[in-house]
Design a protein around this ligand. Sequence first.
Ligand SMILES: Nc1ncnc2c1ncn2[C@@H]1O[C@H](COP(=O)(O)OP(=O)(O)OP(=O)(O)O)[C@@H](O)[C@H]1O
Length: 357
Amino acid sequence: MTLALKQLTRQFTELAALDDVSLDIEPGEFIALVGPSGSGKTTLLRILAGLDYPDRGTVMLNGRDFLAANARERNVGLVFQHYALFRHLSVRENIAFGLRVRPRKRRPPRADIRTRVDDLLKRVQLDGLGDRYPSQLSGGQRQRVALARALAVEPEILLLDEPFGALDAQVRTALRRWLRELHEDLGLTTVFVTHDQEEALELADRLVVMNRGRIEQVGSPQEVYQAPATPFVCEFIGRTNKVALRRDGDAWRAGAWSIPGPGTAGSAVAYIRPEHLALAAADGGPGWDAQLRHIYLAGSVAHLDVHVAELDLSLEVDMASDQLGGLAPGALLRVAPLHGVAFADDCTRWAWGTGLA
Ligand SMILES: Nc1ncnc2c1ncn2[C@@H]1O[C@H](COP(=O)(O)OP(=O)(O)OP(=O)(O)O)[C@@H](O)[C@H]1O
């Protein structure tokens, strides 16, 4: 039941909202669409939902034209960021709506609808609130009702656009784990739009990173994080340090540190994750002399701001808080990149260190 998107293009203005997007979504997959505002995520979701149509391209499901089916026939569940509930219906009635409006032949008996609504209320942790009206709920509770309503019709494909955008961090974390379990329990195929990278990295089987209507990279969270395919992905997913390199014989050099690398271009940029910078006492090994400026403690992780005078560059180094020892601002250190990827001016990409591709 692969959902095969081929060369989708959607043009509202001169700049295409979707530009030649192709993607195969496998049954049971949890896909996260990530990208900056305006990159085309919602447009893609709306096309899958049957709320919009591409100017070019196809979507096939089991070899059948998915775009030819109307929104109801597609068997998708939808939750948008501001997906209004019916204000004049109670929570129960909202959840039951999709079942009640079915043609008589496909409509479950009343008692079954009641049982299913009870079950969904429990699943979204709103049992006891079924008789309230949307105006009597918090924003987060309303989104959970919207989710329950989308699930009531037992969709095969669940489409979610920033469903937890309105929730506070703790509830959000709890709900996303719950959503992942639900996705597995119900055997759903889920496409999830989020601005929150951490959410995407934690939840998804595969991330689709979008930029200006195009797909920059598709891969598992680990692939996208550890082996970003483009400079955009390096900067958009996770945090990274950027170090300018120049060609030096067979190597690429930044001050006292150099790495081998291909290409004939004159300059390049290395992208190094904060946790891939190692700190050591100043012993003259490969790396840079640096001074520790600040330590920002964030629970189990410490973010260190170190300054490399020879590059006139501040770098962010992450380490486990319990490894800090006696480190204090002002300390003189040696900083050495362990892994990273680099892109030369002519777009040649290479990785160094272990565990990267
Ligand atoms: N109905 C429309 N008419 C004109 N332009 C539109 C329309 N819908 C979307 N766009 C434009 O298409 C581009 C992609 O929009 P889209 O909503 O898909 O982005 P997004 O990645 O979902 O952004 P966000 O994260 O802010 O929701 C934007 O430049 C947007 O302004």
